[in-house]
Design a protein around this ligand. Structure first.
Ligand code: OSB
Ligand code: MG
Length: 367
């Protein structure tokens, strides 16, 4: 297979409700839809970098430039026989994992599609119901949070993740735990605390949380190892893991007991799979994180979750949790029991609704 050209569609889709985290508030989602044109047909994926570099160092404008100036030129005209050969050709560029992932995943999708294979099958996954949870943004009061959570619990989500930050933590978690004594519950701080907050974070140990996601710095594993020794609650790392090797370092220090795998954060599907494999070898459970994706990124998340080590519910909620209208069909809907269903169609298994892409597109770059 050979990449011939790329169309980068920059979209802005309004979120149903603002999503507040310790790093900012998203009212709408700007992202890049990658259309990779190969000699064997097209492939689609999404660059999950956000409009501003607040979750990590990547952002939409930066991703566009690195794709245009370096990544697409490095791959254009190159023939590959398996998608695992793609990432190494971009490795000379440091980091920019989300930009690399958008291109690599689009080529994986093209490759699977051209062979008539569902992406999950091409990745070596198994057909299984995809168990999902929901990530709930910071709300104005504990009462408001309980209200929002109860809506999701009624819909059947398998676990609830609460975004926290100093000032919006203990009372909020306590209120949800009191209202829902048995719901599988976890928190995500997106790096909002320091090791000196240890005594404060220990208070969260009393709420029977499945895990505490990325409490400390976005680039840290050392202090997380110190913190994990003092906490009963398992730590899950998100921001600080970019590769299988990062995970091995984290395990050897005891920095976490669970890992959130995001395809974009780690540089694409091949590396997500390699990270999954290392976690599995170490007996560390993983789950698929989310970046408020459109149906395209959502379909890729579902495909990677088909791998056997994804034993915990992920953040890939149904489209209606985010969007009034998504850009794919069929609609990605939560099934009773809190699962999503893998498609048997080739590639990502969903059709792109191009009239909706046109409706939400801010600009188009052709490389
Ligand atoms: O830290 O997992 C995170 C969304 C944007 C950036 C970072 C994160 C998140 C979420 C939402 O938690 C996941 C989703 O529902 O897509
Ligand atoms: Mg997170």
């Amino acid at each position: 297979m050979k990449l011939e050209a790329c169309r980068l569609h920059v979209l802005r889709m309004p979120l149903k409700a603002p999503f507040k985290t310790s790093f900012g508030v998203e009212k709408d989602r700007q992202f890049i839809l990658v259309e990779a044109l190969t000699d064997e047909g097209p492939g689609y994926a999404e660059v999950v970098a956000m409009e501003d570099p607040l979750y990590n160092e990547e952002w939409v404008k930066g991703s566009l430039l690195i794709l245009q100036d370096y990544l697409i030129p490095a791959l254009k005209g190159v023939t590959f026989s398996h998608p695992d050969e793609i990432y190494p050709k971009m490795e000379f560029i440091r980091r920019h994992y989300m930009a690399k992932s958008g291109l690599e995943s689009a080529l994986w999708e093209a490759w699977a599609r051209a062979r008539g294979l569902p992406l999950w099958k091409a990745l070596g996954g198994e057909k299984k119901p995809i168990p999902v949870g929901v990530s709930v943004g910071i709300q104005p009061s504990p009462e408001a949070l309980v209200e929002v959570v109860s809506g999701y619990v009624e819909q059947g989500y398998r676990r609830v993740k609460l975004k926290i930050e100093p000032g919006h933590d203990i009372q909020y978690v306590a209120a949800v735990r009191k209202a829902f004594p048995h719901v599988p519950l976890m928190v995500d701080a997106n790096s909002a605390y320091r090791l000196s907050d240890l005594e404060h974070l220990k208070k969260l140990d009393s709420f029977d949380l499945m895990m505490m996601e990325q409490p400390l710095s976005h680039d840290d594993i050392i202090w997380h190892a110190r913190l994990q020794k003092e906490l009963k609650t398992p730590i899950c790392l998100d921001e600080s893991i970019h590769s299988a090797e990062d995970a091995e370092k984290a395990f050897s220090l005891g920095a976490c007991r669970i890992i959130n795998i995001k395809i974009g954060r780690v540089g694409g599907l091949s590396r997500a799979k390699a990270l999954h494999d290392v976690c599995r070898d170490h007996g560390v459970p993983v789950w698929c994180g989310g970046m408020l994706e459109s149906g395209v990124g959502r379909a890729h998340n579902m495909a990677i979750t088909s791998l056997p080590g994804f034993t915990l519910p992920g953040d890939t909620s149904g489209s209606d949790r985010y969007w009034a209208e998504d850009i794919v069909e069929p609609e990605i809907r939560l099934k009773p029991g809190g699962t999503l269903e893998l498609s048997d169609e080739p590639g990502m298994g969903y059709e792109i609704l191009w009239d909706r892409v046109a409706k939400y597109r801010e600009h188009l770059v052709e490389v």
